[in-house]
Ligand binder design. Structure first.
Ligand code: SR1
Ligand code: MG
Length: 427
């Protein structure tokens, strides 16, 4: 079928050509169709049978431009192919953490999938101060399984290289190279600043030799280390959850890159939430300690559980495969040390990139609602300065922070968990 950009009015006609649609949605002449309009890149339709709300699905279609900017910024719609392939891969490895796919079309650049309406987006729920008791457990499983089982430590040489080839995602990688690793760190027209940030605040990032060198190194690592199949955009807006379940959505940025990148996206965004709640908890009428301590616990637990799981999948595979290379007296011990060093290096990559992730959401084009929706611009600037300080420190000195506890201490050194940023005390 030839590509056509759908609208709320033309979705039904398309669905009538899809056998799976009738099974999922029932009477296709009795549907409520709403475009939810909150994506940076794509169009997303909520589709529900008017007589039976349990018959529901989501249709996501890529358009040939970057939605957040408009038609003047072309972006190949074929990006949906990467999302479909990544969803299929993640469904094999972690079916409990991805939406069910009912139908996909590479020609139409779309996917019809499970409507996760009972599991709202994590970021919005965290902004309201909700707790998620299984978050670290689930995110660490998603990360450990998807990263280990797509690496050369598990896959055979041919499968891995064929997958790397399939996932050469040039255009979306370029967005990451520009919008995470470059533009926020220089005087780019695409940046957008809170007007209460001063020139000094901004030049603290834009005009620092050490920061520039380390940032350029992180970008180079992103571009040249095809280690594992990444989700590629695993921030708290790509997670949908309730107290029991956790789903990871939107893997259109998938490609083979450094394993620490996905860890960095999640942890970097959680630190931004930690800083934002110095103000948000005061708006909710709470002492900030409890919620901010919970966020830090989730960050620590996510890494600690990830480390244990990744190592256990690797050890299990190592014991099963009986690799000649390590088959000598002492080989097992040496392999354990090899595993330890690599996991430490993934942590190091992740902490450096988490610094980039934090700064891009403060100075770059695409913001996070945790911070950008703070109405009091002075309070927002105070929160933003915390993120800029931590981001800069991690980019320059990530090798010095060898444990997640040390990184959490860095955050509490910048803003203790009980620090409140009330609107009235803003500078
Ligand atoms: C310019 S597009 C901005 C961002 O939206 C996506 O969610 C990715 O994070 C991308 O970097
Ligand atoms: Mg997305």
């Amino acid at each position: 079928m030839e590509y056509k950009q759908l609208t709320e009015d033309s979705v039904v006609d398309y669905l009538k050509s899809v056998p799976a649609a009738k099974e999922v949605l029932g009477d296709l002449d009795n549907l409520d169709i709403r475009e939810i309009g909150d994506g940076n890149l794509n169009f997303v339709y909520f589709i529900t049978n008017k007589s039976d709300p349990t018959q529901t699905a989501v249709l996501k279609q890529a358009v040939p431009f970057l939605r957040i900017v408009g038609k003047d910024w072309p972006l190949p719609k074929e990006r949906m192919t990467f999302e479909i392939m990544a969803l299929e891969n993640e469904s094999d490895l972690t079916p409990e953490h991805v939406p069910e796919i009912f139908h996909s079309s590479h020609d139409m650049s779309l996917v019809l999938m499970q409507n996760l309406k009972d599991y709202p987006v994590l970021r919005g729920q965290m902004n309201e101060g909700k707790y998620f008791p299984n978050l670290a457990e689930h995110v660490s499983t998603f990360l450990a399984k998807n990263l280990f089982y797509t690496s050369d430590w598990y896959l055979d040489h041919r499968t891995k290289k064929e997958m790397v080839k399939k996932f050469i995602n040039i255009d979306l990688c370029k967005i990451t190279e520009d919008f995470i690793f470059t533009h926020p760190f220089c005087k780019s027209d695409t940046n957008a600043y809170n007007e209460r940030l001063t020139e000094k605040d901004i030049n603290f990032i834009h005009e620092d030799d050490e920061l520039k060198i380390h940032q350029a190194e992180l970008k180079y690592k992103f571009m040249n280390n095809a280690e594992a199949l990444l989700h590629g955009d695993l921030h708290t807006g790509s997670i949908m959850a309730d107290a029991e379940k956790t789903y990871v959505i939107d893997p259109e940025f998938a490609f083979f890159g450094p394993a620490g990148f996905d860890v960095a996206l999640f942890i970097g965004n959680m630190f931004l939430a930690y800083f934002a709640h110095a103000h948000r908890q005061t708006l909710l009428g709470n002492d900030p300690s409890e919620y901010r301590t919970w966020i830090l616990d989730q960050i620590r637990e996510t890494w600690n559980k990830f480390e244990v799981k990744f190592e256990s999948y690797w050890k299990e595979h190592f014991e099963a495969e009986k690799d000649l290379f390590w088959d000598y007296p002492g080989g097992e011990k040496a392999h354990a040390e090899y595993r330890r060093r690599n996991i430490a290096r993934i942590f190091d990559d992740a902490m450096g990139i988490a610094g980039s992730v934090m700064i891009r959401r403060i100075l770059g084009l695409a913001k996070v609602s945790d911070i950008a929706d703070i109405e009091d611009l002075d309070a927002r600037a105070e929160v933003e300065r915390m993120g800029l300080r931590m981001g800069r420190e991690l980019i320059i000195n990530h090798t010095k922070y060898t444990t997640i506890e040390a990184v959490a201490d860095l955050a509490t050194g910048i803003s203790p968990a009980d620090q409140a940023v009330p609107a009235s005390s803003a500078t």
